[in-house]
Design a protein around this ligand. Structure first.
Ligand SMILES: Nc1ncnc2c1ncn2[C@@H]1O[C@H](COP(=O)(O)OP(=O)(O)OP(=O)(O)O)[C@@H](O)[C@H]1O
Ligand SMILES: [Mg+2]
Length: 386
């Protein structure tokens, strides 16, 4: 990895993170960020900006790097910035924020950037089926599954199936639609022997142009019709007919989920970064391992992340031995509005850090990166026009 540290004044000592022979570390001094040369980002995988205030100049530097070198992770070094500043920096394109150039902070950051590079080098169609599991009830697997499915379906030419296997009481639909779907999972499974791509399209509920939804059984009694082998056949057919199949697996501990874990290219443990979730996530992982389930495809999605989480996300992930795949910000207002209106948060709060993170995630998965304006550049345009 090529690392570049740009600082406002010369560093007292060259930082010494754990690097391999293939890595390189450059340090340079730039007294001011005005006219920040984007070549610095073009020639690096990670650029750290140290000793600068979180003001318009830093935001502009982040934006210009993001525009000219989107593959590079540009990371301001700021000790404990307030939450609104974190959101602004992320919106301007900061890939991460690090508290210091100390070895522990740098090593943790470099680990995250390596994971980002690894993911970026995967073939675009490496992941098709994604199962989401809540570490503990209410951690947000359903909300994230719904919004990720909606964001993926907005990528050109990308058809998506969202499937609710959070049994027996799934509620995936409330994040996506205000309509009552005509058919549910039990109806679809009842037709499994004659199910093909066309019938699957007909029985699933349309949400916009490219997203189809299958809800969990509407009545408790029909839950017994949901047999793992039938759901396995449905998943196979769906993954052949849709570019992505996004499945809400609820707690991931019911018999249907447990028997289907092997069907997914990626399993996402959605957790709020607190002690209760950490304990629960550890138990779930131990349970899967104890049952001989392969946990190599499990990644962590930290949800409802604030500036000062009860357990820092990196420590949370390290304790579980999982890679952090995404961090999604707390977005109370947009989420509440989404539930009231039956539309994704992408619609009720499109400019929020939540929606930006979900859109970037969808773009990384689909390999289709739309040119997206940050709040900062929209603000600048408005300001210029005024
Ligand atoms: N990032 C977020 N910011 C704010 N609110 C959120 C966020 N993620 C989820 N929520 C809200 O938290 C509540 C629980 O979320 P959700 O239903 O997705 O969790 P879950 O893990 O699926 O829960 P369950 O165990 O009941 O299935 C919901 O009201 C949801 O809208
Ligand atoms: Mg749920």
């Amino acid at each position: 990895m090529r690392i570049s540290i740009v600082s406002s004044t010369p560093l007292a000592a060259t930082p010494a993170p754990g690097l391999t022979a293939d890595d390189s570390l450059r340090c340079q001094v730039l007294a001011d960020l005005i006219g920040f040369p984007p070549e610095i980002a073009r020639d690096a995988d990670l650029v750290l900006l140290s000793g600068y205030r979180a003001d318009g100049r830093l935001l502009a530097a982040l934006e210009s790097c993001n525009a000219s070198a989107p593959q590079c992770a540009v990371v301001p070094v700021l000790a404990a910035p307030p939450a609104d500043q974190v959101v602004q920096l992320m919106q301007a394109g900061a890939a991460d924020i690090v508290g210091s150039l100390g070895v522990a902070d740098l090593n943790a950051l470099i680990g995250r950037v390596r994971e980002r590079l690894r993911r970026a080098s995967l073939p675009a169609d490496a992941v098709r089926t994604i199962g989401l599991i809540s570490a503990k009830g209410g951690d947000g697997a359903t909300c994230i599954a719904a919004n990720l499915a909606a964001a993926l379906s907005r990528c050109p030419g990308t058809r998506v199936m969202a499937l609710d296997l959070s049994l027996p009481f799934g509620d995936l639909e409330i994040h996506l639609t205000s309509e009552q779907p005509h058919h549910d999972l039990a109806d679809v499974l009842a037709q499994i022997d004659r199910l093909d791509a066309t019938l699957l399209d007909t029985l699933s509920h349309p949400v916009g142009e490219q997203l189809r939804l299958i809800t969990s059984p509407a009545e408790f009694g029909r839950f017994i019709e949901v047999k793992p082998p039938l759901v396995g056949r449905l998943l196979t057919l769906a993954s052949q007919s849709y570019r992505f199949v996004i499945v809400d697996l609820g707690s991931g501990t019911d018999p249907v989920s447990l028997s289907l874990l092997g069907h997914f290219d990626q399993l996402l443990l959605v957790a709020t970064p607190d002690i209760a979730s950490l304990r629960r996530a550890a138990k779930v992982l131990r349970m899967w391992q104890g049952m001989g389930r392969d946990t190599s495809r499990v990644g962590l999605v930290a949800n409802r992340v604030t500036a000062n989480p009860e357990v820092p996300v990196t420590r949370f992930a390290a304790t579980l031995g999982l890679p952090v795949l995404r961090e999604i910000a707390e977005e109370s207002e947009g989420v509440s509005q989404s539930l009231l209106e039956g539309v994704p948060v992408l619609v009720t709060a499109p400019a929020s850090a939540f929606s930006r993170a979900i859109r970037h995630w969808a773009a990384d998965l689909s390999g289709i990166h739309p040119v997206e304006e940050s709040l900062w550049s929209s603000f600048k345009q408005l300001w210029r026009a005024a």
